[in-house]
Design a protein around this ligand. Structure first.
Ligand code: UD1
Ligand code: CA
Length: 452
């Protein structure tokens, strides 16, 4: 699109009803802050500039915004005097003169780029203002859209509306596009002579009409415009987000037996032909490659799972882990910051942390990498084709060579060379007849006690 676009995200709400020390827009949906969702939608709709208006807790908002988009600007609204006042806190950004100005809310994370694109089309067709509306079953509390044919005449805030206007179900979703050409004139014309004594952004509509500018309403699905005000609202939006994401994944070729029990993050990547059993949680930064099978009750964070890997049930994969293709990680295994090469198996009850496991190596049940000395982390390196016997403790830093064996129950504190057998435990001794002797002694003791 040849026209330039500024997206202005209002995020100065106090969020009192969240009952939180965290600014409302930093509460997370799909493991990223709500304001980041809105910023990603802006990028997807090819917005050139992004400006965020923050209020209480602005330092925290600034951190998140800058991490999301280094070129975004943050403006602080010190007093909360209404939506038009909030927009003008970003006057500097507006003065830069983009063709399209989109005013969005930081607490509506379900917005889609398609809606922003449609808003921009209405502006490029010559509208001075485009307001996004929706049909509400219960419109109480929303501004009502008053139309005349295809013209939007006014937005009447609930508090100001007559009984007749209150019966209108077409409501202001809150987001609005302004043509850059008229934006400042319209915004500067807003006053605070109304029921709440606030500078209402919605007043620009009537003013634009008085100047014979074109004002349009654009309908969008209600779900996209849901604003989060409470923790219950946050959970509801999370559920809607998860449902949409699950459906998209299944449409792309991922099998889910019980999609309602699979939880995804905003950045989760799962390739086609992955199978997911019930009750699987994907934290941030996870990639699962094609053909992998993820069994029930597994938990993932910061991990790449290779093609045709077989994971779980009850596996916990933690940040920094890369599992190559055809690897197996079984029940009650925790893997952290470990590189597991092609075809290696860690099937039962193990902790593998700060480690590298060579291809086709077998890690026996109950193997633990002792990676922490109480202050520092150390690395365990195991070569290819090695065999670690059950219940071994590998005390890092330690290296076990290609093709080496470690005897079951070993505590390995020294490196094991390639093709060697490392044994680190007491030698077994059998005492002939000793079993019988012990049994006799114990029986005598029992008889003596019961005679007392
Ligand atoms: C606003 C609209 C209403 C619409 C509704 C949709 C106005 C005057 N009214 O009403 O027509 O139906 O949204 O949800 O715009 N904010 C600031 N600084 C302020 C005031 C608000 O940043 O000084 C932010 C809030 O954090 C919030 C957004 O602007 O994200 C909307 O403000 P809010 O007070 O919730 O407006 P509503 O009364 O819901
Ligand atoms: Ca609101």
């Amino acid at each position: 699109m040849a026209r330039t676009c500024l997206s202005l995200i209002l995020a100065a709400g106090e969020g009192t009803r969240m009952r939180s020390n965290l600014p409302k827009v930093l509460h997370e949906v799909a493991n990223i802050p709500m304001v980041s969702h809105v910023m990603r939608v802006c990028s997807a709709a090819e917005s050139d500039e992004v400006a965020v208006v923050a209020g209480k807790g602005s330092e925290l908002v600034i951190d998140v915004v800058e991490k999301e988009n280094t070129s975004a600007s943050v403006h602080v609204q010190t007093e909360r005097l209404g939506t038009a006042h909030a927009v003008l806190a970003a006057r500097e950004a507006i003065e830069q003169g983009c063709d399209d100005i989109l005013i969005l809310f930081g607490d509506t994370p379900l917005l889609t780029p398609e809606t922003l694109t449609q808003m921009r089309e209405v502006l490029s067709d010559g509208a001075a203002i485009v307001v996004v509306g929706f049909y509400a079953n219960d419109p109480t509390g929303y501004g009502r859209l008053l139309e005349d044919g295809d013209k939007l005449i006014a937005i009447r805030e609930h508090a100001e509306a007559t009984e007749e206007e209150r019966s209108i179900k077409f409501c202001n979703g809150g987001i609005m596009g302004l043509s850059g050409e008229h934006a400042l004139v319209l915004l500067d014309a807003v006053d605070n002579k109304n029921a709440k004594g606030e500078y209402y952004l919605t007043d620009v509509v009537e003013f634009a009409n008085s100047k014979s500018l074109s004002v349009k309403a654009l309908e969008a699905p209600e779900a996209e415009l849901i604003g989060v005000n409470t923790r219950n609202g946050l959970a509801e939006v999370e559920m809607l987000w998860q449902n949409t994401a699950r459906k998209k994944l299944m449409a792309s070729g991922v099998t889910m037996q019980a999609p309602e029990t699979v939880f995804l993050s905003a950045d989760t990547i799962i390739e086609p032909d992955v199978e997911l059993e019930p009750n699987v949680v994907f934290g941030p930064k996870v990639v699962v490659k094609s053909g992998a099978k993820i069994k029930a009750f597994s938990h993932f964070e910061g991990v790449v799972v290779g093609e045709n890997a077989d994971i779980g049930p009850f596996a916990r994969l933690r940040p920094g882990s890369v599992l190559a293709s055809n690897t197996k990680v079984g029940n009650f295994v925790e893997v952290k910051n470990a590189k597991v090469h092609e075809g290696a198996k860690i099937n039962h009850l193990s902790y593998v942390g700060d480690a590298e496991i060579g291809s086709k190596t077998n890690i026996g049940a109950g193997t633990i990498t002792c990676n922490y000395d109480g202050m520092n982390k150390h690395k365990t390196t195991i070569g290819a084709g090695a065999f670690i016997g059950s219940n071994s403790a590998l005390v890092a830093p330690v290296t076990i060579g290609d093709g080496a064996y470690v005897a079951s129950g070993s505590v390995i504190t020294d490196d094991v060379p390639g093709d060697a057998l490392g044994i680190g435990r007491g030698r077994q001794a059998n005492k002939e007849g000793m079993g019988e002797e012990i049994r006799t002694r114990n029986a005598a003791l029992k008889a003596e006690r019961s005679a007392k």
